[in-house]
Design a protein around this ligand. Sequence first.
Ligand SMILES: CC[C@@H](C(=O)O)C(=O)SCCNC(=O)CCNC(=O)[C@H](O)C(C)(C)COP(=O)(O)OP(=O)(O)OC[C@H]1O[C@@H](n2cnc3c(N)ncnc32)[C@H](O)[C@@H]1OP(=O)(O)O
Ligand SMILES: [Co+2]
Length: 134
Amino acid sequence: MIGRLNHVAIAVPDLAQAASLYRDTLGAKVSDPVPQPKHGVTVVFVELPNTKIELLHPLGEASPIAGYLERNPSGGIHHVCYEVDDILAARDQMKAKGARVLGDGNPKIGAHNKPVLFLHPKDFLGTLVELEQA
Ligand SMILES: CC[C@@H](C(=O)O)C(=O)SCCNC(=O)CCNC(=O)[C@H](O)C(C)(C)COP(=O)(O)OP(=O)(O)OC[C@H]1O[C@@H](n2cnc3c(N)ncnc32)[C@H](O)[C@@H]1OP(=O)(O)O
Ligand SMILES: [Co+2]
């Protein structure tokens, strides 16, 4: 069902410092910060030849990454995102296999203007999984 690795997301306590690390130390192409209020995060996109990195920082009162950063104050890998051809078919397949789809189960529009869903990390080897419509 899953296709390409769309991105790896890293939660960070200091977005400017993280962007500088990827731009100035690693020499990657790095975007300006982009607020994503519907997702409770601000994102810096790092473009790599074969995939992307999302640097995530909490935005607003109820950010879904706040708990993660409390437990991991220096930051860390927060989720991986795989592309799927049909997000609704993927959701139904995951539910049928007993995996927990987070939120109300309806896809939201993600950072790349495509529908996305999240799957509970406890059902996927301790890794939060995002699915994005290809
Ligand atoms: C930018 C837009 C979009 C895109 O298009 O790319 C995004 O990527 S938005 C990114 C942010 N949005 C989300 O992450 C949405 C989905 N996430 C959630 O709903 C929550 O983060 C969560 C997965 C439900 C966890 O929330 P939390 O408050 O931390 O819940 P718990 O404290 O109940 O944690 C339960 C359990 O799971 C472990 N956990 C939590 N987060 C992770 C993680 N990222 N990776 C691995 N494990 C995680 C947590 O440690 C708890 O474990 P136990 O202590 O053993 O119970
Ligand atoms: Co993401």
